[in-house]
Design a protein around this ligand. Structure first.
Ligand SMILES: [Zn+2]
Length: 348
């Protein structure tokens, strides 16, 4: 099969940043996706009020051309901090934020004002449950004594607790990286789903710290992200479940651009810029696993929309099997798999 036509996909986990960076990265998503769930951990300040939600949406829309506006919709989120109240959530819902996101404190980019005490947020979860707003979780333990590689596994206790105490609250465990997370989401009720990124379908920890063949013994800072990629067994579990046709698992790129200088330095920012290569790489992976025809479209274009109770996109998009070399950078941002060969591309 050399071409595949699918319903235009959605990206249910996307970092667009602001100002100059927003202008640089947004076109890459608009080319492939009809909607993106926009993450709220922006700089200078995070999106934590209804005014922020409105302003950020306006900023994103102001960057889009008229044609692009007809083709792409930003789906807004608000960040839950320890100070978030039910009233703030109510107002955010009125501002059409469809999800509220929690970053445990200190685990990733711009998570300084993240959450430590989840029980303290129960009134907020109660309100979200009533409003039918989705809780989106960066699933890593904020506890300092939990080692980095164990943080996702340890966080699953918190996920189980929230799912048990709020049986009608829809929860997404974002960018899962472990077999433990896969098993946990499979066990929990239908209200709990997970997003899977494209880079976690390709990478293991060895591709970050220089033990894989491709890394030639050198640390690969552009593959560094949070949660960090884990073992081949974890990756196999992600590949298996992503192509299993289970509607609890859908696509969220977690495309997280940083300027080259912030990725090629002593203190490297976490995040992989996957937007330009997301759909081509998904085609490649689903083809490799023998599920291009039957399971790619549900994973990228249907399951997420259904979980978020959004209409399915009616537009279609075509991908063709045609080799290309990923550019070394796009406007000062190094993309995932820069300089490497990819076997599929989006037909424009
Ligand atoms: Zn993210």
């Amino acid at each position: 099969m050399d071409t595949i036509e699918i319903r235009k996909p959605d990206d249910f986990h996307l970092h667009l940043r602001r100002s100059e960076l927003l202008r640089k990265v947004l076109p890459h998503t608009v080319n492939q996706f009809a909607r993106g769930l926009i993450m709220p951990n922006t700089r200078p300040g995070p999106i934590i009020t209804n005014e922020h939600v409105d302003n950020y949406r306006n900023e994103i829309c102001s960057v889009l051309t008229k044609d692009q506006l007809a083709e792409f919709s930003p789906l807004m989120t608000i960040q839950i901090t320890q100070e978030t109240t039910p009233e703030i959530i109510n107002k955010a819902e009125q501002a059409r934020a469809i999800a509220a996101k929690i970053y445990p404190q200190g685990v990733t980019t711009n998570s300084e004002n993240g959450v430590v005490d989840f029980r303290g947020l129960y009134p907020v979860f109660e309100t979200m449950q009533e409003l039918d707003m989705v809780l989106s979780l960066h699933g890593e333990s904020p506890q300092e004594m939990v080692p980095g590689l164990e943080k996702e596994k340890t966080f699953l206790h918190t996920l189980r607790m929230i799912a048990r105490d709020f049986p009608k609250l829809r929860i997404v465990l974002e960018h899962i990286t472990t077999e433990d997370a896969v098993k946990c989401v499979l066990e929990l009720p239908e209200t709990v789903a997970a997003t899977i990124t494209v880079h976690h379908l390709f990478l293991t920890l060895d591709d970050v710290i220089g033990y894989s063949k491709d890394s030639k013994g050198l640390m690969q800072s552009h593959n560094f992200c949070k949660p960090i990629a884990k073992t081949v067994y974890d990756r196999a579990a992600l590949r298996k479940v992503a192509t299993s046709g289970n509607p609890k698992f859908f696509f969220g790129s977690d495309s997280a651009p940083h300027l080259k200088g912030s990725k090629e330095c002593a203190s490297v920012c976490a995040g992989v810029f996957t937007a330009p290569v997301a759909l081509p790489l998904l085609c490649q992976m689903f083809e490799y696993l023998g599920h291009l025809e039957d399971r790619l479209e549900p994973f990228v274009s249907e399951f997420g929309a259904k979980f978020y109770r959004l209409p399915l996109n009616s537009e279609r998009i075509c991908c063709v099997k045609k080799e290309w070399i990923v550019p070394q950078e796009y406007d000062g941002i190094v993309p995932f798999m820069a300089g490497q060969k990819i076997y599929w591309q989006v037909e424009t």
